[in-house]
Ligand binder design. Structure first.
Ligand code: WQD
Length: 339
């Protein structure tokens, strides 16, 4: 049974990926310093899978702390590296915090992969690296846009660092996964997103508004050049994102890589507007959401959605969940959180 180290395993996408890995016969261990997550999320993983996941509460950006657990990281076949800060606004206010944490952690975990002879590495990247794209849907050959934030820059730099590492270490290989907009929760409502403070992202803000935690959703602009004036995004269920990680690891373990570093877009390929996302949430959960139209948000791209054909053809990835299920599961999770 292959054993996988998941960094950021107590986080939103990390915990859902652990569930999918276990469901597909992998053994998993986690490193998460709980600075932006809660260990209790692994209780939810256990309720779903029956498996107790060991988490090392280590700050990956602290070289000494990570080295202190090398002795415990035996027989690992691959690493999935999620651990990073991801709040766009916070990264603008505190750029050095983001460079120190996101880049420092990445360099240290890559060093560990070399020291521990762990040959397979999956890097959590983001469609944010494309910026404002000219041609839609966007495929993996699209050029990197100007990063809209230090957060986005850490993803662009991260991809370059991983690329350079595998070029210099031929016995290592890596897959970069560019997520579009991960939303929703496992259908059991045992795990889900735990936003910290006021949510910056649309779907947690929607669910908190519906729960009465937030007064009203503000839709940031309805005067864009789109079918209904609101911005278009590619919302993708977090469990579909999770399964893509399992597929990426299996692809490397099966020796199918055609080069040392490859990149895949993870989106549904469907562009959905903010107003359409709100309408889906209201319809599938049979409720009326309190929202208003406000000014545009700085840094928003007008429209972005994926050409996901490469992940489908090469990884054998299939999108299982539609927008309604994303919105249903997000609401079920919010109700569980608030119960
Ligand atoms: C989606 C749409 C907003 C909140 C960001 C990061 C990206 C990734 C996903 C980490 C936009 C609108 C939002 C609100 C709104 N994060 N919106 N009212 O900006 O596409 O992507 O999160 O990997 O890297 O950049 O996601 O959910 O913030 O916004 O109208 O209260 O919802 O304007 O059009 P975004 P988002």
């Amino acid at each position: 049974m292959a054993k996988i180290l998941v960094t950021g395993g107590c986080g939103y996408i990390g915990s859902h990926t652990i569930v999918d890995l276990i469901n597909n016969g992998f053994e998993v261990v986690s490193i998460d310093n709980l600075s932006r997550s809660q260990a209790s999320i692994l209780d939810g993983v256990k309720k779903i899978t029956g498996k107790e996941i060991q988490n090392f509460e280590v700050d990956l950006s602290n070289d000494g702390e990570l080295k202190s657990i090398y002795k415990d990281l035996k027989d690992i076949d691959g690493i999935i590296h999620f651990a990073a800060y991801k709040a766009v606004g916070e990264s603008v206010e505190h750029p050095l915090l983001y460079y120190k944490n996101n880049i420092g952690s990445l360099v240290n975990i890559l060093e560990a992969s070399k020291a521990l002879n762990i040959p397979h590495f999956v890097f959590s990247s983001s469609c944010t690296i494309y910026g404002n794209v000219q041609k839609l849907p966007v495929d993996e050959n699209a050029p990197m846009g100007m990063a809209e934030s230090p957060y986005g820059m850490t993803k662009q730099m991260g991809e370059a660092i991983v690329n350079d590492f595998v070029k210099a270490n031929a016995d290592h290989q890596s897959i970069l996964l560019r997520y579009f907009n991960p939303v929703g929760a496992h259908y059991s409502a045992e795990i889900g997103e735990l936003p910290i403070g006021v949510p910056a992202n649309l779907v947690p803000y929607i669910t908190q508004t519906a729960m009465g935690i937030r007064q009203e959703l503000t839709i940031f602009g309805d005067d864009y050049d789109t079918r209904d004036g609101s911005c278009i995004r590619d919302y993708v269920h977090v469990m579909d994102i999770a399964n893509a990680h399992t597929k990426a690891l299996q692809y490397m373990l099966d020796g199918k890589m055609q080069q040392n570093c490859d990149v895949f877009n993870l989106g549904t390929g469907n562009g959905v507007s903010v107003l359409e996302a709100v309408a889906s949430f209201e319809k599938v959960n049979n409720l009326s959401l309190n929202y208003k139209i406000g000014p545009r948000r700085q840094g928003d791209v007008v429209a972005v959605y994926a050409d996901n054909s490469k992940a489908i053809q090469q990884l054998g990835w299939q999108v299982q969940y539609d927008l309604d299920e994303m919105m249903r599961s997000a609401w079920e999770w919010q109700k569980k959180l608030s119960s």
